[in-house]
Design a protein around this ligand. Structure first.
Ligand SMILES: NC(=O)c1ccc[n+]([C@@H]2O[C@H](COP(=O)([O-])OP(=O)(O)OC[C@H]3O[C@@H](n4cnc5c(N)ncnc54)[C@H](OP(=O)(O)O)[C@@H]3O)[C@@H](O)[C@H]2O)c1
Length: 157
């Protein structure tokens, strides 16, 4: 997300950051994804080669064996219950619904204020510990600098 929490504009990412994209691909490689229908259909979407669980009120014919449509979060979680790790890929409403449930945030902060129509929810910093942060400078291939942050939920036990 940008510093003003934008994650998308007109169903696309508002930036082109190749090294961040490479990091995203590497971290999520081979893992199952959970995402909203619009994010899945976005022209620049990353799809899992293993399993894509897509939230939608409609249940279109699946285009491929690794893609399953579900009507709500509980159906998605039931379908993914056997998985060790699931990546929640957005968009806005899916991040909002899943933020209270997830244990880890891979949250890249793009150091810019950008225009958009999809937003990441407010993250309560009291709930999370920053466990790693990698800063990437702005350069000729990256119009904005960014920080690839990983947070873990604080143990409230
Ligand atoms: N920066 C990032 O990391 C990032 C990540 C993902 C997406 N994005 C951006 O975010 C934008 C898309 O996100 P968005 O928030 O507009 O849409 P979205 O969450 O990807 O998709 C919304 C759709 O998902 C379905 N849906 C969501 N929650 C559901 C639920 N609980 N039960 C049933 N269906 C549910 C509905 O589909 P139906 O209409 O079919 O019922 C809804 O219209 C794009 O601009 C994209 O580029 C950015």
């Amino acid at each position: 997300m940008s510093e003003n929490r934008v994650i998308g504009n007109k169903n696309s990412l508002p930036w082109h950051l190749p090294d961040e994209w490479a990091h995203f691909r590497k971290v999520t490689d081979g893992k199952p994804f959970l995402m909203g229908r619009k994010s899945f259909e976005a022209p620049d979407a990353l799809h899992s080669t293993y399993k894509n669980v897509i939230l939608s009120s409609a249940t279109p014919e699946s285009g491929s064996p690794e893609t399953v449509y579900v009507k709500d979060i509980s159906a998605a979680l039931a379908l993914l219950s056997g998985e060790d790790t699931v990546f929640v890929l957005g968009g806005a409403s899916v991040f909002l619904e899943m933020l209270p449930i997830v244990q880890k945030l891979y949250l890249t902060i793009v150091h810019a204020q950008v225009e958009g129509d999809a937003f990441f929810p407010v993250v309560n910093q009291d709930d999370w510990i920053l466990i790693s942060s990698e800063f990437h400078e702005q350069d000729e291939k990256h119009e904005f600098s960014f920080s690839m942050n990983v947070y873990e939920r604080k143990n409230t036990g």
